[in-house]
Design a protein around this ligand. Structure first.
Ligand code: SF4
Length: 142
């Protein structure tokens, strides 16, 4: 089998893995999973976090929940596990959910839980990018 496999944020594929127990279904991503070209992964679940969970944002390089718990370790673990899977399947491209503290490709929330968006990358996006994986956000698919 020579087909190139893509890693995708699981919430884009319709899995209810978001912090609030919902998904961010994206028809194009769902189609890729159905036809076998994409594998859905949720870095936050891979990092050992529960669903639903308290939302978290990146502040000064750390990931902090809305109730002020430092969950950076879980986010880094999830990023490492995602990278491991990406390498296992030789993924060269990942389609990730913009604005997430794990998956954000070029935009994240500013760490104040006020809805402000700044330039930045989620922990998993950053690690995948450092290892040469091309990142695309679901916004880029539209
Ligand atoms: S960590 Fe990524 S895949 Fe998981 S819910 Fe958040 S945006 Fe979706």
């Amino acid at each position: 089998m020579n087909k190139k496999v893509i890693i995708v944020s699981a919430c884009l594929a319709g899995l209810n893995c978001r912090y609030d127990g919902n998904s961010n279904s994206c028809e194009k991503v769902i189609e890729m999973v159905k036809n076998g070209t994409a594998i859905p992964l949720c870095p936050e679940q891979l990092g050992g976090l529960a669903t639903p969970r308290i939302p978290a944002e990146i502040k000064d390089g750390k990931v902090i929940t809305k109730n002020n718990i430092d969950v950076t370790m879980h986010f880094e673990r999830g990023a490492n596990e995602t990278l491991k899977i990406a390498k296992l399947v030789n993924a060269e491209v990942a389609i990730l959910k913009q604005r997430s503290p794990s998956c954000g490709v070029s935009k994240i929330y500013d760490g104040t839980f006020s809805g402000n968006i700044i330039s930045g990358m989620g922990k998993t996006a950053e690690l995948l990018s450092k290892h040469g994986i091309k990142l695309i956000s679901e916004e880029d698919l539209k």
